[in-house]
Design a protein around this ligand. Structure first.
Ligand code: PLP
Length: 399
């Protein structure tokens, strides 16, 4: 009993640090649940979110579509009209017949896609800092039944051609004591907010295919990369040699909806079973379909990404004028990685700014951090306002 009470106190004080005053006052009406009445809570509007594009809400257009899809009954498990139309919409965007599967998270999309192109004894080549290697709790290894992720080093988050060639050489085909080259996973845009050019994608895909290796693209920030390159979705994927894509949408406006898109239908033969077995075949699948449809409708996804990228550019331009701040590379999408004086961190956090310490990842030799410097990852989103950017830069300049 005492234990239960202590737990409630911890939960209450945790919630109070995260909820605005209005919600804490609401708690007075329900004293037992002060600060944790979920139906009365809002996101914290006093926070300046530069931590992640996952910390934003969803696009109002997507939310409206979910509400509209709530009318009447629809067959479950993706056999609904919304999912069918979302599949057709994606095929139209990619200008080809393809197999599409909707899932609720990027980790599921990546891990299940990679499992489709790699046996348990496979080697999955990826960048050393890739989300699939660092941030998915071993899901690709788990769903593939044990494939090995082989990280390749490269500045600015990109796998260099020589790096891929060296990795392929290190894992010769047929050598029984080693895992066998199976998949290459390219993150577009990369973890460093850079974008592979079409030539770079083509070269890497050619190198992989020549070695019998299939290519996966982690497109968690697909729209941001596409807008940056100004090319077509087809050009950035299958026309350049990509076999299967994790088409991200959650960071850029859906509530929770991503798509696995197979450009080679044969590779998707078992996917329906993999997805179900993984618990990612949602019974009320119509809400996934409704999200994806609204996201794509009328180019909404591109408008959202265009805004997010423009905000990052504005932020970088402003930061470029702050003494003591340097930008090792210009942003291409909605992420900026400035090096700032370490003393500025505390005032920024005290003012409500949220961001990650990036620790110098992506820096080239010779750009190393000095002892009194730190590197931030600042992420903008479709919801970022000019005022938030100007506030952040003002606080930084005054620190
Ligand atoms: C490069 C990349 N891939 C995939 C994901 C998707 O992960 P999640 O499972 O959080 O949706 C993320 C999210 O942070 C990401 O940054």
């Amino acid at each position: 009993m005492r234990h239960k009470r202590e737990l409630l106190i911890v939960a209450k004080s945790w919630a109070e640090t995260r909820t605005p005053l209005s919600n804490r006052l609401n708690g007075l009406l329900w004293p037992r649940y002060a600060g944790i009445a979920p139906f009365l809570m809002t996101g914290d509007k006093s926070l300046m979110n530069f931590a992640s594009d996952n910390a934003t809400g969803a696009s109002p257009k997507v939310l409206k579509a979910i509400t509209e899809a709530n009318e009447g009954a629809a067959l479950p498990y993706g056999s609904d009209p919304w999912s069918a139309r979302a599949t057709a919409a994606l095929a139209a965007i990619f200008e080809r017949d393809c197999e599409v599967f909707l899932v609720a998270s990027g980790t599921a999309a990546n891990a299940l896609a990679l499992a489709s192109i790699s046996p348990p004894w496979g080697a999955i080549f990826c960048h050393a800092d890739a989300h699939v290697a660092d941030d998915e709790c071993g899901a690709p290894e788990f769903y593939s039944g044990g494939a090995k992720l082989v990280g390749i080093q490269g500045t600015r988050g990109k796998i260099p051609m020589q790096g891929l060639a060296a990795a392929l050489k290190a894992y010769p085909r047929g050598l029984v004591k080693q895992v066998q080259p199976s998949a290459l996973s390219l993150t577009q845009a990369t973890e460093a907010g850079t974008v592979y050019s079409l030539d770079e994608i083509r070269d890497l895909c050619e190198g992989a295919h020549a070695a019998g290796v299939r290519v996966h693209m982690d497109g968690a920030r697909f729209a941001n990369a596409l807008v940056a390159l100004g090319c077509s979705p087809a050009e950035m994927t299958w026309k350049a040699g990509v076999d299967v894509l994790s088409f991200g949408a959650t960071k850029n406006g859906t509530l929770f909806c991503e798509a696995v898109v197979f450009f080679d239908r044969a590779l998707a033969a078992d996917f329906a079973f993999r997805r179900k077995r993984a618990g990612h075949t949602l019974s009320k699948g119509r809400y996934l379909g409704a999200q994806m449809l609204a996201y794509l409708d009328g180019g909404h996804w591109l408008d959202l990404a265009t805004h997010a990228n423009a905000m990052a550019k504005r932020l970088a331009d402003r930061l470029g004028h702050v003494p003591g701040v340097r930008l090792p590379w210009a942003p291409q999408i909605n992420e900026v990685f400035p090096v700032i004086p370490r003393r500025a961190e505390a005032p920024l956090r005290a003012a409500g700014a949220r961001f990650y310490d990036w620790g110098g990842r992506g820096l080239a030799p010779g750009e190393d951090l000095a002892a009194d410097e730190m590197q931030l990852r600042l992420v903008t989103s479709f919801m970022t306002t000019q005022a938030e950017i100007d506030d952040l830069v003002r606080i930084l300049a005054a620190a």
